[in-house]
Every structure is written in structure tokens, then in C-alpha cells.
Design a protein around this ligand. Structure first.
Ligand code: HEC
Ligand code: HEC
Length: 185
């Protein structure tokens, strides 16, 4: 009787002691994802992660001119027809297409939409391997750390603003979210 009472008290106390730091980690992860979303929904990222089939252009995220969409890729006009592995202004072409290697939209089946979604919805989509191209947390972190299309956001060429925080701060926030096992706000 006495022993079991002690055991119950201990298990409660131990659970609380363990839950406290874990709870902090989860709270930090949720808060960090809200910061991550500010980058994802900035024009430099959202313009290639639209709700529809058309990429968006500019800080006001208007539809891409020339009726460009996933349909134009299917019709035989890949994005790389115009988008080079570097920004056009890097070779002196003013107002030309921006560029980075493998310029493209995410696949239609897994479009990874950032436009018009809440942080909770983006979080759930982001960590779902059926929606993120089969990536686990380590692969997602590597993607935001090293992928050329992501890095382009911070070197977008003349006339385009980078996302609202540094790439380092973005990766750190993303890692805080990963460390919380992808807890959603
Ligand atoms: C030129 C278009 C383009 C731009 C700009 C772009 N992305 Fe992407 N993004 C893609 C494509 C294409 C994929 C799919 C890559 C793959 O299948 O490996 C992708 C995938 C992702 C993924 C992994 C999930 C998935 O579905 O594969 C994340 C996270 C991501 N992008 C974040 C960003 C962030 C952050 C920015 C802005 C700093 C950004 N993207 C800018 C085209 C773009
Ligand atoms: C016929 C040439 C052409 C094709 C094909 C093309 N683009 Fe573009 N794209 C441009 C030009 C030119 C601009 C610059 C327009 C501007 O800044 O006003 C541009 C700008 C963009 C931007 C704006 C970047 C930003 O953040 O403001 C995105 C995103 C983009 N294109 C994505 C794509 C994707 C994805 C494809 C393939 C589905 C594609 N484009 C196909 C010519 C093209």
C-alpha cells in the first residue's frame, strides 16, 4: 500500500520532470514554425509554391506572364527554356528571367502549396512524406539548407527582395521545428 503510493507519487513526479523540458521543446518548435512560414509565404518562395498551376511573379505575386503553367511544361515548354542556372541580370540582361539550376515547379501530384494556407496546414503538408516528395525530417532540413532553388531566394537578382530573415536564421528556425519532431502550431 505504502510502496505503491510512493510509486505513484514518483511516477507522477518523474513524468512531470521529464515532460517539462520536452514541453519546452515542443513549444519552441511550434513557435519556430510560425517564423519559418514567414519565409515560405514570402514572394521568393511562394511564387514557385502557388495554390494553382501557374507560377507567380514579383513582390505582388501576380500570375506569370505568357500564360506559363504546368500545362506549358506538358506542352513542351520547360521552365529552363527561359530560366538559366543563373539570374539573367548576372550576365547583363536587365529585367530578364531570374535563374538557378533546375528551375521548375514542384510536381502536380505533390505541389507543396504555401499560398493561402495556415501555418498549421503548411506544417502538416510539410512533414507528410506523401505530400513532400518522400522526404524525412533530415532530408527536409538538408533541402532548406542546401537546395539551389532555396538559396536563390537570398540572391534573387536586381529588383527582388529576399525573404524577411537571413538564410541562417531560417535554417535555425527550421531545425528547432525538426528537433521538436515537427510539432505543428
Ligand atoms: C523556381 C521555383 C522554386 C523556388 C523559387 C522555390 N522552390 Fe521550393 N521547391 C521547388 C521544387 C521544384 C521543389 C520540389 C523539389 C523536389 O522534388 O526535390 C521544391 C520543394 C521544396 C521543399 C521540399 C518539399 C517538397 O515538396 O519537395 C521545400 C521545403 C521548399 N521547396 C522550400 C522552399 C523555400 C524555403 C523557398 C524560398 C527560399 C523555395 N522553396 C523556393 C521549386 C521552387
Ligand atoms: C517564355 C519564357 C519563360 C518561361 C517558359 C518561364 N518563365 Fe518564368 N519568368 C520569365 C521572365 C522574363 C521573368 C521575369 C518577369 C518579371 O520579373 O517581371 C520570369 C519570372 C519568373 C518568376 C518570378 C520570380 C519572383 O520571385 O519574382 C518565377 C517564380 C518564375 N518565372 C517561374 C517559372 C516557372 C516555374 C516556369 C516553368 C513552369 C517558368 N517560369 C517559365 C520567363 C519565362
Amino acid at each position: 500500500m505504502k510502496r505503491s503510493a510512493i510509486a505513484i507519487i514518483c511516477s507522477l513526479a518523474c513524468a512531470l520532470a521529464l515532460a517539462q523540458p520536452a514541453g519546452d521543446k515542443v513549444a519552441a518548435g511550434k513557435a519556430a514554425f510560425v517564423e519559418v512560414v514567414k519565409v515560405l509565404q514570402s514572394p521568393r518562395c511562394m511564387n514557385c509554391h502557388p495554390a494553382g498551376d501557374r507560377p507567380l511573379v514579383g513582390d505582388d505575386s501576380h500570375n506569370h506572364p505568357q500564360n506559363i503553367s504546368r500545362k506549358s511544361i506538358a506542352a513542351g515548354l520547360p521552365c529552363s527554356t527561359c530560366h538559366q542556372p543563373h539570374n539573367a541580370d548576372a550576365i547583363g540582361v536587365e529585367n530578364g528571367p531570374p535563374g538557378a539550376p533546375n528551375w521548375n515547379l514542384p510536381p502536380a501530384a505533390t505541389p507543396m502549396v504555401f499560398q493561402g494556407k495556415t501555418p498549421t496546414q503548411i506544417c502538416q503538408q510539410m512533414k507528410d512524406p506523401a505530400q513532400n516528395g518522400g522526404k524525412n525530417f533530415a532530408q527536409l532540413l538538408e533541402h532548406v539548407e542546401k537546395e539551389g532553388l532555396v538559396l536563390w531566394g537570398w540572391s534573387p537578382g536586381k529588383g527582388r527582395n529576399p525573404p524577411p530573415m537571413s538564410h541562417d536564421a531560417f535554417v535555425a528556425a527550421f531545425k528547432t521545428w525538426v528537433d521538436a519532431n515537427g510539432a505543428c502550431p
